[in-house]
Design a protein around this ligand. Structure first.
Ligand code: G3P
Length: 478
């Protein structure tokens, strides 16, 4: 009942002394597909020790050599795209084609990071003292960027490979070491990705990947005194982590309730296509999914019809055959989604399709005439269910968007660029997309959430900078 995988530490593949495993349930079959080691706190301590030691010499490794190894890892990652994608299909029910895309995108991210890193880290500043009142030109200040130390990377289930390398690559190019705690669903894909870094020949201990139960090693990792930076993507756990973490820089990307505002003058075909893609791709399990459509009443009937026509064409089924909508990641996730749907039903939302669920598979559902008293108006289902709220003014739409505790991305559909800019300024989100659905990529764009959606900014350059500290040396002239 499932292949057993080892964890990666000190440059080797290891069995945990716990003798225990964490099962990975295939969301489609709902049977155990893989098992990973349930690592102990003692093993985490050892990993932290070796990460600390390895980092010291890695920081002294020439930048171009670090970049060279990252390029090598990127190439190996791409060569291994098929088996890694296969894991993503079985562990998180990602449609097969999207799974391959995730791995290729990850290889590109690693390469881009190596290139960007040599430039960002390859230059510093030179300041002179006499620009500040009261000073003569007697001090020369040189700045450079130094690594933070050990970076703890915690990616989520929806991109176990891409959102792992988006933390690993900037950390490594900047001279840090990495301790990776992959999500349970997606752990084997992550281990396979780590294997590619192993094959590239990174020094022992520089990269570790510990698997296990959150209850056993979760807090232990995030509160570990050996950790110098935490980069986390996921849900509410991030808020708990940020309250407990020590005095270390945090990079957090948490939930979102990305709103799509559709004005009267919008290209409704374009809006409908983006709402369906944004709302239902990977079954809505993206923090940047369109999670609420705020549509001007005058165009709502036409738009809802266009959306429903497109929903009718979505295929629903297993990920192996590239179905558009696949089973959601766990049974508890499906139950949570169902709870939101039932709440909307009781409170009188219009069901554009019948609610259908088989196991973890939920058919795409558009809920029209959603009102603010319904949970679905505010909570993120992380599933293929999308609410439409009809609005009578742009202000009403902006008000709904800004009343959310989340502030990741948002989008606006209009042909009037001036209006779009004003709306973008008014929306309290990290990013606003004009005439397209929210999305994190391309991966070198800054990516950040306001409010409960996160801390700091990601994107390749921002992550490299975030994982460094400025060091200054001042030459004092007589
Ligand atoms: O849910 C994770 C978030 O980073 C989404 O990424 O590429 O689907 O917009 P993407």
């Amino acid at each position: 009942d499932g292949d057993v995988f080892k964890y990666y530490a000190q440059g080797h593949w290891n069995k945990s002394s716990s003798g225990k495993f964490v099962p990975i349930i295939n969301p489609t079959t709902r049977k155990t597909h893989f098992k990973v080691q349930a690592c102990t706190q003692k093993e985490v301590n050892r990993v932290m020790e070796s990460a600390k030691t390895a980092q010291k010499s890695w920081a002294k490794t020439p930048l171009w050599k670090r970049a060279e190894l990252l390029h090598k890892a990127a190439a190996i990652l791409k060569e291994h795209k098929a088996p890694i994608a296969e894991c993503l299909v079985k562990e998180i029910a990602k449609p097969a084609k999207d799974a391959v895309t995730e791995v290729i995108r990850s290889g590109d991210l690693v390469s881009y990071c190596a290139e960007e890193g040599v430039r960002i880290l390859g230059e510093g500043k030179f300041l002179v003292s006499d620009s500040f009142p009261g000073n003569e030109r007697t001090k020369y200040c040189l700045t450079s960027k130094i690594p933070l130390g050990v970076v703890l990377a915690i990616p989520p289930f929806n991109y176990p490979v891409n959102l792992a390398v988006s933390k690993i690559a900037p950390a490594l190019i900047a001279g840090n070491s990495i301790v990776l705690k992959p999500p349970t669903q997606g752990a084997v894909a992550a281990l396979h990705m780590v294997h590619c870094f192993h094959l590239a020949g990174f020094p022992e201990g520089l990269i570790s990947c510990v698997t296990g139960k959150g209850s056993e090693i979760g807090d232990f990792l995030t509160m570990h005194p050996g950790v110098n930076c935490i980069s986390f993507t996921g849900g509410d756990t991030g808020i708990a982590i940020s309250k407990k973490a020590g005095m270390v820089p945090l990079q957090m990307e948490l939930g979102g309730k990305d709103a799509c505002i559709v004005l009267e003058d919008a290209d409704l075909d374009l809006a409908a296509a983006n709402i369906v893609k944004g709302g239902f791709s990977y079954s809505g399990q993206r923090c940047t999914a369109v999670k609420v459509a705020l549509v001007m009443e005058s165009v709502a009937n036409t738009l809802v019809k266009k959306i429903n026509d497109k929903i009718a064409k979505l295929t629903v089924g297993p990920p192996e055959i590239d179905s558009d909508v696949t089973p959601v990641v766990t049974e508890s996730s499906a139950n949570f989604i169902e709870g939101l749907v039932m709440d909307a039903k009781e409170k009188g939302a219009t069901f554009c399709q019948e609610y259908v669920r088989e196991g973890n598979l939920i058919w795409p559902l558009l809920l029209d005439n959603v009102r603010p008293d319904m949970r679905i108006a505010w909570e993120e289902p992380f599933g293929p269910v999308l609410p439409v709220i009809r609005i009578n003014s742009v202000e009403e739409g902006i008000h709904h968007c800004n009343a959310s505790n989340f502030g990741l991305q948002g989008c606006v559909f209009t042909r009037d660029i001036n209006k779009a800019m004003l709306i973008s300024d008014a929306m309290e989100t990290g990013t606003v997309q004009i005439n397209s659905a929210p999305a994190r990529g391309p991966d070198h764009f800054p990516f950040q959430g306001l409010k409960d959606s996160g801390i700091g900014s990601q994107g390749i350059a921002n992550s490299i900078n975030m994982m460094t500290k400025v060091k200054t040396t001042i030459i004092n002239l007589p």
